[in-house]
Design a protein around this ligand. Structure first.
Ligand SMILES: *Cc1c(COP(=O)(O)O)cnc(C)c1O
Length: 457
């Protein structure tokens, strides 16, 4: 058996990036106030900022772009997307949206509101924002130890079902807006959720009459983990595993920018007609008519094709194995990581990487800046820059973890790009004692990580 993971595709169209020197990058980073979000993409060589909307489309998808039907009503491309989503999810009512958060705003705006509680393994940040904006509260109940970086569990993305039942009883079932299972658990490190966990959640929701929704952005990647890790699924095809998981829920919210392998798109899929009718009313007011939502016909065409391609066993094997490859190599070199390695990204524990940098000098920001300076690799801090708050004396209340995320765009980088990233970490390990932290010199009140300006301490 070969050990080398090869990309199961040939490259038909290329997008060159410019090679830069460390000297160039120091200048770019200074001009960007040491915030990688403020770099332009042509200053970056390997962009691991996010896996969202950064996939490379296939030749078939690009052909679909030309075929896309731009009719306002009754577009052929919508018929194709609707059929694909219906076959996959088993839900009757499919509502197209321009991206995941638009679907979230519609459904959570409708079923949320003051006095309601939403419960999730972990709410993704836009999910939480839409729920809280409606006046509801959002409670995360991952399984115990899920936030300990070194703790190994095959389904570290699972929800704590004991707490779920206790919370539903405590809040009163009629006050629970929905239970939302995020697969894979993005904010929890791209960790998978088991079918067993989803079945238990379905049973608890059914018993109490609570709506059960899937945040299914990475359900194909999740199906890969179930196939390889959960008893009795080794012979079930990936798509059938996803279908089984959908069959447990009352609906699903999807950002097609992840596992639908496109650059823009999303949908809402529901079992209940009355709820779908109300969602369609809101859709028409803010997104568009029911046969396009906020999408172009060509986008819908590409989504329909992407949702087929993502379940290809060759693709999924390459996808998860190449993420694991990066993680395993960094782990062997002694880079402290969030373990086990998830589906779409590798998370580095920056607090352990730079133990000499105090959290109020942002070790994650320091690591993201070093990675860019030494290799032209863009990553993102997920720690106290992103989630830190201040107390009344303007002292930092740090985030629970100081992580740096290397998200892997789908079908974009080859294994030599990944080897280059691994090599860059060799340089970072070599002179880590010399690296200094940062202070924030300018910031906004909300979502400061996008625009904050830094200076080296
Ligand atoms: C990306 C994402 C969303 C939001 O989708 P957008 O397309 O970015 O609006 C919601 N939930 C999860 C788990 C996501 O990863």
């Amino acid at each position: 058996m070969h050990k080398t993971i090869i990309e199961p595709f040939r490259i038909k169209s290329v997008e060159p990036f410019r090679m830069s020197s460390e000297k160039d990058r120091l200048e770019y980073l200074k001009a960007a106030h040491y915030n990688p979000f403020l770099l332009t993409s042509d200053q970056v060589m390997i962009d691991m900022l996010t896996d969202s909307g950064t996939s490379a489309m296939s030749a078939r998808q690009w052909a679909g772009i030309i075929v896309g039907d731009e009719a306002y009503a009754g577009s052929r491309s919508w018929t194709k997307m609707e059929k694909e989503v219906r076959d996959l999810t088993g839900f009757d009512y499919i509502i197209p949206t321009h991206q995941g958060r638009a679907a979230e705003r519609i459904i959570y705006g409708l079923i949320g509101g003051k006095g309601k509680t939403f419960i999730s393994n972990t709410h993704f940040d836009t999910t939480r924002a839409n729920i809280e904006y409606s006046g509801s509260e959002a409670i995360d109940i991952p399984i115990p130890h899920a936030t300990e970086p070194g703790w190994i569990h095959p389904f570290k993305g699972n929800m704590d079902t004991e707490r779920l039942e206790a919370l539903i009883v405590e809040k009163g079932a009629q006050n629970v807006g929905a239970v939302i299972l995020t697969v894979t658990n993005n904010s929890g490190g791209g960790q998978p959720v088991s079918m067993q966990n989803a079945i238990e959640i379905r049973d608890i929701c059914a018993k109490h009459g609570v709506l059960f929704l899937l945040d299914c952005c990475r359900i194909a990647e999740n199906a890969y983990f179930i196939h390889h890790r959960e008893a009795n699924y080794a012979n079930t095809p990936y798509r059938a595993i996803a279908q089984e998981m959908f069959s447990l829920a009352d609906g699903a919210v999807m950002s097609a920018k992840k596992d639908a392998l496109v650059n823009m798109g999303g949908f809402l899929a529901l079992k209940d007609k009355a709820l779908a009718d109300e969602c369609n009313n809101l859709l028409i007011i803010t997104e568009g008519f029911t046969t396009y939502g906020g999408l172009s016909g060509r986008d819908m065409e590409a989504i329909a094709i992407g949702l087929e391609e993502v379940f290809d066993p060759d693709y999924l094997t390459y996808r998860v194995k190449s993420t694991t490859y990066l993680g395993d190599h960094l782990h062997k070199m002694g880079v402290p990581l969030m373990l086990p390695i998830g589906g779409h990204a590798v998370y580095i524990d920056a607090k352990a990487f730079y133990p000499h940098i105090p959290v109020d000098q942002y070790p994650g920001q320091a690591l993201a800046c070093e990675l860019y300076t030494k290799g032209g690799v863009r990553s993102v801090e997920i720690g106290s820059v992103m989630f830190g708050k201040y107390d009344a004396n303007h002292t930092l209340i740090p985030a629970p973890m100081e992580l740096v995320r290397l998200a892997i765009p789908r079908r974009v980088y080859t294994s030599s790009h990944i080897d280059y990233v691994i090599e860059t970490f060799g340089f970072l390990l070599h002179d880590r004692e010399a690296v200094k932290g940062f202070e924030i010199v300018e910031e906004t009140k909300f979502l400061r990580h996008f625009t904050a300006k830094f200076e080296r301490v």
